[in-house]
Ligand binder design. Structure first.
Ligand code: PLP
Length: 354
């Protein structure tokens, strides 16, 4: 069990999947890569194998660029899809809009994020189509439609269905937009949908993917996976210029290769998703406890009375309080059933007290 002491109590940590340990398999891969010399900046054998390994995984030729964070993956991917006067469409609560400090605007040289609404914490193709229709294409005073970005799994732990993505891809293609996917929790979405990486990306028109690993057992590397070869050269320059081309690239490549080897990424995501489902089941039908969103991946958003949240905090459960009555619990590959069960028991006890 992963617990740390807070005062005399044991904390159970649901703050984020970033609080997790590193998968032992990934640590071992770093150690195994730690022999002899290797060419720098991605010219090493580990990096070459990474392209091959991911091309096999995605069932098409891809180019993989390891990067240090999900924010770098998103912002630099999008910068390669839009001119500075372009518009990037995304859901109104997309991470690129709410939580990346304007990184997409910065790296694109000023492109504008245009926000779409929708139900289930995702937008529909019709909303994109409508927005493009009124965009003012060709009007010099208006940002020009250039790209669309979806988050899979979404910021609220829901998942786009394949037909939804196919429809978005089709609108993007007919509108001349490039299609980006923020897959910070890509593995969690794959497990939820039970589909292959190819089925949820390029086969539906996705041009470029931010492929998360850090939140699901990686140490310090996410990746950009490029399906559209016309993006590759431009992106390579942008990454170098942004300080995202590691000199000791072999250690990033080793992490990412280990992450997908023997389906580790899916095994880890399955575990995290199962814990979130366990909590969702445990709190379903409790009076005064309401799930804000269907629990489809590894996050649980729960509305509770303020006093109950205060008591859970006093019990040393760690989580983010999004508002006085709303908490977010994030489950991890290294979490335990016991963590989930202790939360459920505590919640039931506090709710019963009223
Ligand atoms: C959906 C989503 N995208 C991107 C990111 C960015 O990742 P990082 O914090 O590594 O920059 C996060 C991080 O929480 C996220 O939740």
């Amino acid at each position: 069990m992963n617990e740390s002491a807070i005062g005399s109590r044991k904390a159970v940590d649901f703050r984020s999947d970033n609080v997790a340990t590193i998968s032992p398999e990934i640590l071992r891969a770093i150690v195994a890569a730690n022999t002899g010399s290797a060419a720098p900046y991605g010219a090493d054998e580990h990096s070459r194998q990474l392209d091959e390994r991911f091309s096999a995984l995605f069932e098409t030729i891809v180019k993989v660029f390891p990067v240090s964070t999900g924010t770098a993956a998103n912002a630099l991917s999008l910068s390669a899809l839009t001119p500075p006067y372009g518009a990037v469409y995304c859901y109104e609560a997309a991470h690129i809009q709410t939580s990346e400090g304007g990184a997409t605007e910065f790296f694109s040289g000023g492109a504008k994020l245009l926000l779409l609404q929708g139900s289930g914490f995702r937008f529909a193709a019709a909303a994109l189509e409508q927005a493009i229709a009124v965009s003012g294409r060709g009007v010099r005073s208006r940002s020009q439609p250039s790209a669309v970005s979806v988050t899979q799994a979404t910021e609220y732990g829901t998942v786009y269905r394949l037909d939804e993505l196919r429809a978005i891809g089709s609108v993007a293609r007919s509108g001349g937009l490039k299609f980006h996917m923020d897959g910070a929790r890509f593995a969690n979405a794959l497990v939820a949908l039970g589909c292959t990486p190819a089925e949820v990306t390029w086969r539906l028109g996705v041009d470029i993917l931010s492929f998360g690993a850090t939140k699901n057992g990686g140490m310090s590397a996410d990746a950009i996976v490029v399906f559209d070869p016309s993006i590759v050269d431009d992106l390579a320059y942008r990454l170098r210029r942004a300080g995202q081309t590691w000199s000791k690239m072999r250690f990033a490549a080793a992490q990412l290769t280990a992450y997908v080897e023997n389906d580790l990424f899916l095994v880890s995501a399955r575990r995290a998703n199962a814990l979130a489902s366990r909590i969702a089941e445990g709190v379903r039908n409790l009076p005064d406890a309401k799930l804000l969103a269907p629990v489809e991946a590894n996050e649980v958003f729960l509305e509770l009375p303020e006093a109950v949240i205060d008591r859970l905090i006093a019990d040393a459960f760690l989580f983010y309080r999004r508002s006085p009555r709303l908490i977010r619990l994030v489950c991890r590959f290294d979490g335990s059933d016991d963590d989930a069960d202790r939360f459920i028991v505590a919640l039931r006890t506090h709710l019963a007290r009223g």
